[in-house]
Design a protein around this ligand. Structure first.
Ligand code: NDP
Length: 332
């Protein structure tokens, strides 16, 4: 079977040089094990952090070892009492077409509720991130103005739609006019293309005449600088991601937001979705309900083929995805 190894740590933006393909043998499962066939593999921005050395909330990838991450896989051979052949699971697995597992950390998923790949997006880690970051940290109230950066991505499209469910005015910031058109379809009130708008601060001020009450930050950098300027009294900011800085080789410098946070009595809180692990079922239940009821829509950018995994990952840093970026490896 094919595997993709983490070949070397990047300096700045990662490239194809960070990955090597290798063919390996996967033995048949022993007692308590399953053989898994990869169906859908997730590529996520947080993986860039794992490519760096040093401590973070997940250990770094090891050079020479397989890449790993979120995956939907099918059990094709089983010596495991709870995971029969034909069951489909989601979990963190090595980037391999086939892999052995003892089942730990794998969640069985139903085949009839939603597309299987949605368990990597809307009904998985990114959707749950949107749910807790918005509802627990931003706590939006009807009539308030919510700004989302990275709005057209896996997390952002869920944040904006939940904010609409809660009766807010929602402004999305993203990197192409096609993405903005999609956000409008989803019900976003205002959208800003940060790549083509000459003065983001001015565009935001026009889109948010009543100021900003909640900011769900996926990107950081100059986009956030513009949002901080418009914070209302008692604004809440969920610091979810900082993708504009992930490839920086030096610590970025910019306007300091602290003064604005102070005078508006705002609350800025970072969070990691795994902080909420015990409450994941609650989020999945509610997201699934909203999806079944038609209140939440979802989109994916699906790349076909195991060999396209590195390219799909690298594409995240060029805005190639709308909604969740996933790689389809095989049919169930
Ligand atoms: P996305 O699906 O949003 O993919 C990344 C997107 O980021 C790209 O499509 C691109 O869209 C945008 N982007 C890339 N480079 C830049 C840049 N330099 N400046 C501004 N935007 C950029 O990813 P996710 O939805 O999975 O993740 C969104 C954010 O949330 C990430 O920062 C991620 O690390 C974070 N995250 C945090 C979690 C947590 O537990 N705290 C959990 C999950 C995600 P565009 O065309 O708009 O530029």
């Amino acid at each position: 079977t094919q595997t993709i190894l983490f070949a070397s740590r990047p300096k700045g933006e990662p490239t194809a040089a960070q990955f090597t393909f290798k063919t390996i043998d996967v033995p048949l499962p022993q007692q308590g094990q399953v053989l898994l066939k990869a169906l859908y593999v997730s590529v996520d921005p947080y993986m860039r952090g794992r490519m760096n050395e040093g401590k973070s909330y997940v250990p770094p990838f090891e050079v020479g070892q397989p890449m790993e991450g979120g995956m939907v896989a099918e059990v094709v051979e089983s010596q495991h009492p709870k995971l029969p052949v034909g069951s489909v699971v989601v979990g963190s697995l090595p980037w391999q077409e086939y892999s052995l597992s003892d089942g730990r950390g794998l969640q069985p998923i139903p085949a009839d509720q939603a597309p299987l790949s949605y368990y990597l997006g809307l009904l998985g880690m990114p959707g749950i991130t949107a749910y807790f970051g918005l509802l627990d940290i931003c706590q939006p109230k009807a009539g308030e103005t919510v700004v989302v950066s990275g709005a057209a991505g896996a997390v952002g499209i869920v944040v904006g739609q939940i904010a609409k469910i809660k009766g807010c005015r929602v402004i999305g910031i993203a990197g192409s006019d096609q993405k903005l058109a999609y956000l409008k379809e989803l019900g976003f009130d205002e959208t800003i293309n940060y790549k083509t708008t000459p003065d983001i601060a001015q565009a935001l001020a026009a889109a948010a005449p009543n100021g900003v009450d909640c900011y769900f930050d996926n990107v950081g950098g100059t986009i956030s600088d513009a949002v901080y300027n418009l914070l209302n009294k008692h604004a809440r900011i969920a610091l979810c991601g900082q993708i504009s800085n992930y490839n920086a080789t030096e610590a970025p410098v910019g306007p300091r937001p602290e003064g604005k946070l102070l005078v508006t009595s705002s609350r800025l809180q970072g969070f990691i979705v795994s902080d909420y692990l015990p409450r994941w079922p609650e989020a999945m239940q509610q997201l699934s309900e909203w999806y079944q009821q038609g209140h939440l829509k979802y989109q994916e950018t699906v790349t076909e083929g195991f060999d396209q995994l590195p390219a799909a990952f690298l594409g995240l840093f060029h805005g190639e995805n709308t909604g969740k970026a996933v790689v389809k490896v095989a049919e169930p």
